[in-house]
Design a protein. Structure first.
Length: 357
């Protein structure tokens, strides 16, 4: 009974919000499977989509509706499906981590890149291009990204210490971010092959194109672990909203909360960056849009931001697929073009609030 009441306190009262967000993600996910991967290509019919899934799940069944061309099924299962899964899962990771970091750091401008995890993941992937591993090992780029994010997280805890204050965490994150950015620029500067340097630059723009189920199986388990770790801190964030002193007086272990959120952020964002490159501003935009809807409740904001982030990244990916351009626009470029003006708006609003007080 108590567990049921607790679940109700987290999710109840916002049923229309959950219904809207889940429905939106289902529609966008379905559209990602049906719509073409590039402008001018034909879309799949619903019946073709169902048949493709039935053939993939039950290849020996004799009740299939009509023969489906092998090429269409291959495009769906090897291109569209991995891309849709990654769009939803990466967006979920960025939205969830952004909301949790804003609650932990008491900073409405915080997002996954503030701790240097995204930059370090990008550095790890960049080193695989520079060393030539990316050309010899198919999964070298995502593995390098995950290794870079893990090293950054370890360095963050070593720099900040176990009992570090929130401000110390931010400073340590800024230092790691600057170091990772500088090393990435150094690698680009020393790259003997201009084509490799160009490939690094394009990868860092963020994209979901040409991803396979191998990328899904590599990144999704780590993102799931990150989601669980961050979600475990939901109730602690609700207490932390009253201040660290009040949270401690309520029995909240601040070192444990930081470990749950930062460790979860490293797993979720590190795995996301490793397979897609850097997709910015999702963790900044989504929590701000939904915060007033959930009445400033940090515990409810976490799942809402996860669903909102999944919808935003999937919608952005659909947009870059359908824009009539000769070269597909990188999804990180689109989110930056949307996010940067939003960031300016947040800064202006904070300044006006400060002046009014």
């Amino acid at each position: 009974m108590t567990a049921q009441v607790k679940r109700s306190s987290l999710l109840g009262g916002h049923k229309w919000l959950w219904l809207s967000l889940v429905s939106l993600n289902l529609v966008l996910g379905w559209a990602a499977l049906i719509l073409p991967t590039a402008p001018g290509l034909p879309s799949m019919e619903n019946i073709q989509l169902l048949q493709a899934f039935s053939e993939a799940l039950f290849p020996s069944a004799d009740w299939r509706l009509t023969p489906l061309a092998a090429l269409e099924q291959q495009i769906l299962m090897e291109l569209k499906l991995p891309r849709a899964i990654l769009a939803l899962s990466v967006g979920c990771s960025l939205g969830l981590v952004g909301a949790s970091l804003q609650g932990l750091l008491h900073n409405p401008l915080a997002e996954p890149g503030i701790l240097g995890i995204s930059s370090a993941g990008a550095l790890g992937a960049t080193l695989t291009f520079y060393s030539g591993l990316a050309a010899t090992l198919p999964m070298a780029v995502p593995l390098g990204g995950i290794a870079g994010a893990a090293i950054a997280t370890l360095g963050l805890f070593l720099l900040a210490g176990r009992q570090a204050h929130t401000a110390t965490l931010i400073l340590a994150g800024i230092a790691i971010n600057a170091l990772a950015g500088g090393l990435t620029s150094l690698v680009l500067n020393l790259s003997p092959n201009p084509f490799a340097a160009m490939e690094i630059i394009f990868w860092q723009m963020g994209s979901l194109a040409d991803r396979s189920m191998s990328h899904v199986w590599l990144s999704l388990p780590l993102m799931l672990l990150g989601w669980v770790s961050v979600g475990a801190a939901a109730r602690s964030l609700r207490a932390l909203a009253l201040g660290e002193f009040t949270a401690r007086s309520l029995g909240i272990s601040m070192p444990m909360v930081r470990l749950q959120i930062i460790g979860g952020a490293a797993l979720a964002v590190g795995a996301a960056v490793a397979v897609t490159g850097v997709i910015g501003f999702v963790g900044l935009i989504v929590p701000h849009v939904l915060r007033s809807v959930v009445k400033q409740d940090p515990a409810v904001l976490l799942p809402a931001s996860a669903l909102g982030g999944a919808a935003l990244v999937t919608a952005a990916d659909l947009a870059v697929r359908l824009l009539p351009l000769q070269v597909e626009l990188k999804i990180g470029v689109l989110t930056a073009l949307i996010g940067a003006p939003f960031f300016f708006y947040l800064i202006a609003r904070q300044r006006n609030t400060a002046d009014a007080n």
